[in-house]
Each structure stands twice: as structure tokens, then as C-alpha cells.
Design a protein around this ligand. Structure first.
Ligand SMILES: [Zn+2]
Length: 429
């Protein structure tokens, strides 16, 4: 926006704040119920003809993080909405390296409807506002990785519109993206605060813009065009179905939500980044806005999904049997102070500093690793209190994290007096 209006300094300042995605959280996303799905979207998961209750087909523990980008430029001038192509590409690569699957927005929605399964840890990539650099730069990077993505377009900002300047994407470019499977969704008509009584800019016929506050029927007409009119325009110009609505600055309220719901939007998006779960309300889906001046946001988002219970796709699981663990999986020991041992030699080259043992009730313990034999061990020094104990051994091998979990029992009344006691031979499996 600001570049599109590079002539008038006053507008520059105004539009700069418009572009900035560091929205002041003047309204928190409501945790109200989900938007009613679009027609035909309420179908339940396919049910077998038998009267038996079938398991849901989707993984309800999966999680999704959604990213929102703006302009890709080599020289950052507006770090609030720009990122360099190199930094962007590095982030796309990091998703891949960490085993986070980039899925289409429509897969996320199908999963929320219970119609389609998704991998345990996913990301959705979106680009806001419709900049030429998204077509010219971002798209080729996305192609390189084979990633799907969504464009959130405000219709007056497309080239030829009242807010579309030299850096704006064109309708032809959008059509090209559409033809190649890019998802195109709505982001209002003029990209402003949608709540009644807020200052907005109105374009008058001469191209002049005036600042005003709309209320009553005038406001209703205006906001309808922003929410509904922009959807219709995108659908008509591009011959597509639009079912997603990104709210400028995340500023909305119940009235705006209702308008969106009635217009047939299935989901509304804000910029309050958070991992999306199966139960996250569809009318306030948070996205992480990634900007050059906030590199931590991307790292934090990965951390959020990385530590979630959504899955551990980046970790290779190894059977405890293959590690000849002691005590063995399923065994019961007579001591509350057992010696825990595993042999990692079968895993391959282990990075010595990477070996770690976690013990339930204790956390990470100071284990010993002998690189010669590949054996990792820990003598429990603090009595285990539970009837069963789970051990997680992890290590890095050729850059990949490998993990093994197993559980053994502790005989009731076991004391710490016999740490060397042999496990009772009661194979449970
Ligand atoms: Zn925007």
C-alpha cells in the first residue's frame, strides 16, 4: 500500500500503519462457536453401513501453524511487512527439515470438518494484500519446495483498483496462480478496520481520499461491501469459490463475524498466531505474521508446534528391544533404585554429546555414554515412587533424532537396598 502511494507523504504515513501487521489487539479473538460451514460442508465422515460406531477418520491430535507473509524484497525498507527472499527460503527449508508438512488451506478446513486426515504437524502458508513480489519471487520459491499456499487479496489493492499501485499484483497474475492451483481468498475491499465508528478512508470519485467515520446505514453499506462485496468480486473475476476471510489487522467484532458467516465464509483469520487444533473455533483462526524485524516469531511458532502433543514426525522411533534395554520393556524389578541401560550401537554413528536419558518422575538424568561400546547407562539414585517407570532414550545419529521409549514395573514394597537386584523373569510380552 505505501509504495503504491509513494507520492503523498501524509498518505505514506497512514498507509504505512495500514501495512503493518503488528496490529494492536484492540479486540481479542472471541472464542465463540465456529462459523457455520459453507453449504455442503457439513458432511460427516464416511460411515460404514454397519450400525457399529466407527472411529473418526481424522487425527484429532494433529496441529497446524499458519504463517502470513507480505512483501519479499532484497533490501528491507519496511521491516514490519517485508522479508528478504533468502530469509523466506530459509524458513521454508526449515519447515521441511523439521518434518512439518505444508498443507493447502483447504486441507486444513477439510480436516476441521472431519473429512480429511492431515499429518500430525502441519503448516499453512499465506500471503496477504496481493503484492507483485508474491507472484514474482515467493511463488518460485514455493514451487521449488512443492508447497501449496493461499493468497489473501483486498480487491481495491489489485492493480487498476483505487489502491493498486505499481507494486500491486494484477488480475492476470492472480488468474495465472489460480490456474496453477494457488488458493485465492478474501481480505476485504479496502483493507481497513471493519468495526463501526472507526476512522476509515473513503475514496471519492475524483480519486481523492477522505477520512471519515461511518455509522448506521452508511456503515452497514460500507462494511457489507468490504466483507461480502470483496468475496463476490473475487469469485466473479476469477471464477472461484472463496471460503476464507482474513480480517485486516485482526480488528473485528460479532457483527463482522455474523456478516462473514452469512456471506458463506467458512473460516475467518486473524494475526494472533497460535497452533490450530481440531477444536479451534473457525471464526478466529490465528496466523503468525512473519516480518524481517521479528525473526523470533517464526522460531517461536515452530517451538509451539514442536512441543505440542501433536506428534513427533521429526523423530525416528526405535524399538526398545533393539537396544537390549535393562530393565527390559515390560519387566518388573525388585528395586526402586535400578540401573538403567541401553545399547545404541545398532542405531549407527551416535553423536556423543546428543545422548540423553529421561526417566518418568525424574526428568533428564546425568547418564553416562560410552562411545566404544555404544552403551548408555544411569544408576538411579533417588527412589522411584511409581509402580511403573518409563524411560526415554534419545540420541542424534547423522543429524536425525532417534528415540526409544520403554516401561518397566517396580515391585510393590521395593526398597532402595538392592540396586543390583536382577529383574524378575516375568516376560509380559
Ligand atoms: Zn493485510
Amino acid at each position: 500500500m505505501m509504495i503504491r502511494f509513494a507520492i503523498v507523504p501524509l498518505l505514506l504515513a497512514l498507509n504505512f500503519s495500514m501495512c503493518k501487521k503488528r496490529e494492536t489487539a484492540s479486540q481479542n479473538p472471541q472464542s465463540a462457536g465456529a462459523l457455520s460451514p459453507a453449504p455442503g460442508a457439513t458432511a460427516a465422515p464416511p460411515v460404514a453401513p454397519s450400525p457399529k460406531i466407527t472411529k473418526p477418520v481424522v487425527d484429532q491430535t494433529a496441529q497446524v501453524i499458519i504463517f502470513c507473509y507480505h512483501r519479499l524484497v532484497d533490501k528491507i525498507r519496511y521491516p514490519g511487512t517485508e522479508i528478504t527472499p533468502a530469509a523466506f527460503e530459509a524458513q521454508m527449508k526449515e519447515l521441511k527439515d523439521r518434518g512439518i508438512t505444508v498443507i493447502p488451506m483447504q486441507d486444513l478446513l477439510a480436516w476441521k470438518r472431519g473429512e480429511k486426515n492431515i499429518p500430525p504437524r502441519c503448516a499453512v502458508i499465506s500471503f496477504d494484500d496481493g503484492w507483485k513480489s508474491q507472484y514474482e519471487v515467493a511463488w518460485s520459491i514455493m514451487k521449488k519446495f512443492g508447497y501449496p499456499f493461499t493468497m489473501f487479496i483486498y480487491t481495491e489493492g489489485v492493480a487498476g483498483g483505487s489502491l493498486g499501485g505499481g507494486q500491486a499484483i494484477t488480475w492476470e497474475q492472480l488468474a495465472d496462480m489460480r490456474d496453477n492451483g494457488v488458493d485465492i481468498e478474501a481480505h476485504t475491499a479496502t483493507h481497513q478496520d471493519l468495526r463501526e465508528g472507526h476512522n476509515i478512508m473513503l475514496a471519492s470519485p475524483g480519486g481523492k481520499r477522505t477520512k471519515t467515520k461511518l455509522t448506521g446505514p452508511q456503515y452497514e453499506q460500507w462494511v457489507r461491501n468490504e466483507v461480502v462485496g470483496s468475496k463476490e468480486l473475487l469469485e466473479q473475476r476469477l471464477g472461484i469459490k472463496v471460503n476464507c476471510f482474513a480480517v485486516p489487522f485482526g480488528n473485528y467484532n460479532e457483527h463482522v463475524k455474523e456478516l462473514a458467516r452469512n456471506a458463506g465464509y467458512e473460516a475467518m483469520f486473524t494475526v494472533y498466531g497460535q497452533p490450530i487444533t481440531f477444536t479451534s473455533p473457525l471464526d478466529s483462526i490465528g496466523r503468525y505474521a512473519i516480518e524481517a524485524n521479528k525473526p523470533k516469531v517464526f522460531a517461536d511458532a515452530l517451538k509451539m508446534i514442536g512441543t505440542s502433543s501433536g506428534g513427533a514426525a521429526a523423530v525416528a522411533e526405535v524399538g526398545a528391544k533393539d537396544l537390549a534395554t535393562q530393565p527390559a520393556d515390560g519387566d518388573t524389578v525388585r528395586t526402586a533404585l535400578p540401573l538403567i541401560k541401553a545399547n545404541l550401537s545398532g542405531i549407527g554413528q551416535i553423536e556423543p554429546g546428543s545422548v540423553q536419558i529421561r526417566v518418568s518422575g525424574l526428568g533428564v538424568v546425568p547418564a553416562n555414554f560410552d562411545p566404544k561400546t555404544g552403551t548408555v547407562s544411569y544408576q538411579v539414585t533417588q527412589k522411584l515412587r511409581d509402580k511403573s517407570c518409563t524411560v526415554i532414550v534419545s540420541a542424534k545419529s547423522q543429524g536425525k533424532k532417534v528415540e526409544a521409549h520403554w516401561t518397566f514395573g517396580i515391585e510393590e514394597g521395593a526398597t532402595g537396598g538392592a540396586p543390583a537386584a536382577k529383574p524378575i523373569a516375568t516376560p509380559k510380552r
